[in-house]
Design a protein. Structure first.
Length: 303
């Protein structure tokens, strides 16, 4: 074949390939590439996962993980720079804002369960918790049964308020369940004696107690409303290309040792803004999860 024809065919093939390669990007990755931006959803009071510091900047364990994901996305898309937009979310708004495209990742303290996985997806688990309650020692609430006929608060839109409602019916507690807009408001209700107990994930309760005016006034229950439950960063459902990048990023983070350093930074050292130390070393269950990353919603998978 004439050499000039061969060169012509090669050039034509290269030109045809370029649009095809560009079309390979879909969903979230395409949107990020097109806009040059990724949007992270953050919480304002989920210490130490996602909360505002003294300068009103979102910080925390989940935020650090999300920024590692951002680095991986930037590398995957071969971008020189990637703008990170920050959008506040609550327990009630986080799933709708993710589903409608307002945010691309939800960086907080969100329980991964089978029911939620019908609406959205999760990446690999970054924490394990159980649903318990905090009360004042003076209230002498020693068990779930002691909540009978009492005012009990939990945060609206959480799995915890659902578990509390179910236990209230099953155990015939007759408790007055009060929904709060966020964790800070719920804890304040216990602090001001408008509720005897606040049902929430134990690590979040520990952080609220540590940051309170009188930490020694409170006790977190041994009784639990749930088995250990996984937390995960949320992303949109049915977006396998984006999930592949996110899962690879979190898996590398957890198995490579850097995840342990990030964990220690937020759970075993002083954290902003008050220099509190939660003194919560990584559990053996979470160490196992770090060694073998999983996005399973099944609590029994983390034994």
């Amino acid at each position: 074949m004439n050499r000039n024809y061969m060169i012509g065919y090669a050039l034509a093939g290269a030109l045809c390939a370029t649009p095809a390669m560009a079309q390979e990007l879909t969903g979230t990755l395409k949107n990020i590439k097109d806009t040059g931006a990724i949007t992270l959803g953050f919480r304002d009071s989920s210490i130490p996962f996602s909360y505002l510091d003294d300068s009103q900047k979102p910080v925390g364990y989940a935020m650090d993980i999300c920024y590692k994901i951002v680095d991986a996305v930037k590398k995957e898309l071969k971008l020189d720079k990637l703008e990170v937009k920050l959008n506040p979310v609550t327990s009630s708004t986080r799933i709708p804002l993710l589903a409608n495209g307002t945010i691309d990742l939800e960086c907080g303290s969100t329980t991964n369960n089978a029911e939620r996985q019908k609406q959205i997806a999760y990446t690999n688990t970054h924490f394990l918790t159980a649903s318990r309650y905090v009360s004042k020692k003076s209230s002498k609430i020693n068990s779930i049964d002691d909540l009978k006929g009492k005012a009990v608060v939990s945060t609206s839109g959480t799995t915890n308020i659902k578990q509390l409602t179910e236990a209230n019916a099953e155990k015939k507690l007759g408790a007055n369940i009060i929904p709060a807009k966020d964790h800070a408001e719920a804890f304040l209700m216990v602090e001001t004696d408008r509720a005897v107990a606040f049902v929430m994930d134990d690590i979040l309760l520990a952080s609220l107690v540590a940051g309170s005016k009188a930490p020694d006034d409170y006790v977190i229950s041994k009784d639990a409303f749930s088995k250990p439950e996984p937390y995960g960063i949320m992303l949109r459902k049915d977006d396998p290309a984006f999930k592949k990048v996110v899962d690879a990023a979190t898996s590398a983070l957890y198995t490579g040792g850097e995840g342990q350093k990030i964990y220690d930074k937020w759970f075993t050292q002083k954290i902003p803004p008050k220099g509190l130390n939660l003194n919560s070393p990584m559990s053996s269950e979470l160490k196992n999860q770090y060694a073998k990353p999983s996005d399973s919603p099944d609590p029994d998978a983390y034994k």
